[in-house]
Design a protein around this ligand. Structure first.
Ligand code: 3HC
Length: 288
């Protein structure tokens, strides 16, 4: 049972979300270990944290020096030693259930008995992930949004066996990061945010696939009419078109052809240099 005062945090994954979560945790004053499966991924993640902290410092949005925050970030490749004294582990691995279950099985073996085991999954079942452990009461969803350093919201999701203490501790931890948690009490695919975002991203993708609107028109409509910070296509490029594709697949929703084509071509958004927009040409998402 979890009754733990969080001090040491381990983030599993150094990709877009993993490095962003590790950064937020370090900014809040915690010691954090960021682990990924090889040195190259870990170094890329670490460099992304450095880049982001420098941006924040340039804009006077960091209370400490970049070096001080970075001094709280440790990196690792081996899972066992990375989690062996963690109070909280946040898993931010790719969105494949089998992989998540494998990781949580390893966590069950190597993380301290009273650790909170959290998953940053954007849509997979927390209940099923927790079933890979002998302590489902300590497993909880902790879903950050991209980019974590800028997005205030975090969903704290109950699996069917998550203990109230675990969810409350996760909630308190999120608040200590200066973020705004919301509880998602039912483990529904997509939770709250991605359930709402599904049509926001999916409907215009159908319109574009059917030749009823262009990418730029749809984005301009939402930004200029609704006051959203980004249109649906620019947002997909930020989060990764493959991520949205996967969320839809998991939910059993049909995939709009334009989305399938981008994924097939490997144009996944900003992370690959092109998606619905071309970021290498210097134009980027120039629709507003
Ligand atoms: N760290 C530091 N700086 C960053 C950064 C980061 N991670 N990412 C971008 N920046 C910088 C940019 O480089 C740019 O710098 P510049 O001014 O020197 O060129 C600057 O921040 C942009 O700042 P702006 O003031 O223009 O923009 P804002 O800060 O006001 O807004 C935003 C940026 C917060 C990303 C805003 O556009 C936004 O809210 N977009 C929507 C994001 C969103 O909805 N995310 C959720 C996606 S869904 C999700 O993640 C769920 C998942 O499960 C799929």
């Amino acid at each position: 049972m979890t009754d733990v005062d969080v001090r040491r945090v381990t983030v599993l994954g150094a990709g877009n979300m993993g490095h962003g979560i590790a950064e937020v945790v370090a900014i809040a004053g915690y010691d954090v270990v960021m682990r990924d499966v090889n040195e190259e991924l870990v170094s890329e993640g670490y460099e992304s944290i450095e880049w982001s902290l420098e941006k924040l410092a340039e804009k006077d949005r960091l209370d400490e020096s970049v070096e001080t925050v970075l001094s709280r970030v440790d990196t690792a490749v081996e899972l066992e030693s990375a989690v062996s004294d963690a109070d909280l582990v946040v898993e931010a691995a790719p969105e494949r259930m089998e992989l998540k279950k494998e990781i949580f099985g390893e966590l069950d073996e190597h993380a301290p008995a009273d650790a909170i085991l959290a998953s940053n999954t954007s849509s997979l079942s927390i209940t099923e992930i927790a079933s890979a452990t002998s302590r489902p009461e300590s497993v909880v969803g902790m879903h950050f949004f991209n980019p974590p350093v800028k997005m205030a919201l975090v969903e704290v999701i109950y699996g069917s066996e998550t203990a109230e203490e675990t969810a409350e501790a996760a909630n308190e931890f999120v608040e200590s990061l200066g973020k705004t948690p919301i509880y998602v009490r039912k483990d529904v695919s997509g939770f709250v945010v991605n359930t709402v975002l599904g049509p926001y991203i999916g409907e215009p993708a159908w319109m574009v696939s059917d030749g009823e609107a262009t990418v730029r028109e749809a984005d301009a409509a939402m930004v200029n009419r609704r006051g959203y910070p980004m249109g649906p296509f620019e947002l997909s490029d930020l989060t990764g078109i493959d991520v949205g594709h996967h969320v839809r697949e998991e939910a059993g929703r049909p995939i709009p052809p334009v989305m399938a084509e981008k994924v097939e071509a490997g144009d996944l958004g900003r992370k690959t240099g092109a998606g619905y927009y071309d970021y290498e040409s210097g134009d980027g998402a120039d629709y507003v």
